[in-house]
Design a binder for this molecule. Structure first.
Ligand code: NI
Length: 169
């Protein structure tokens, strides 16, 4: 296991539409281990592979990172169902120090394969639904901030730009 550096907003890898994982080999399993370690260390509840600079359609989630009891691996995830509405504060490890209330669906269902290569369905409400949407967005090159109303988005981008000038990013 190894801690990886989390890349920040502005890095082009975070705008990539990540291609599918072709085979689950030793390298991919190592990558998954590293992603969990990096996510728990941050700490965060989700991490997409491109957030550590690897453009592959793969993410990890654990909405209870303190207990580390519910690790979920999403390989080649595809959102198949969304319903309801949520409007809660959201943040991102690639945009540290910022939060914004973001419109999301209250329920999300994703089809993917797990680390053993079996097709699985992962679904959830509330925080899990948000994590599923947030991470699958990353894998399509999107940030939660892209979903904000234009004025709010421009204001936040401006704040991020100012923050980058005075802080290590
Ligand atoms: Ni994020």
């Amino acid at each position: 296991m190894a801690l990886r550096k989390i890349v920040k907003h502005g890095d082009p890898v975070l705008r990539r539409v990540c291609p599918n994982v072709k085979t689950i080999d030793k390298e991919i399993l190592q990558l998954i281990d590293d992603m969990f370690e990096t996510m728990y260390d941050a700490p965060g509840i989700g991490l997409a592979a491109n957030q550590i600079g690897v453009a592959l359609n793969l993410a990890v989630i654990d909405i209870q990172p303190n207990s580390k009891k519910f690790p979920v691996v999403l390989i080649n995830p595809k959102v198949v169902e969304l319903k309801g509405r949520l409007f809660e504060e959201e943040g991102c490890l690639s945009i540290p120090g910022f939060l914004a209330k973001t419109k999301r669906y209250a329920f999300a269902k994703v089809e993917c394969i797990n680390e053993k290569g079996f097709p699985i369905t992962v679904s959830g409400e509330g925080l899990m639904a948000r994590a599923l949407q947030h991470e699958t967005d990353h894998l399509k090159g999107k940030f939660y901030v892209d979903r904000l109303p234009l004025i709010r988005k421009l204001k936040l981008f401006n704040e991020i730009r100012k923050f980058k000038k005075t802080h290590e990013w």
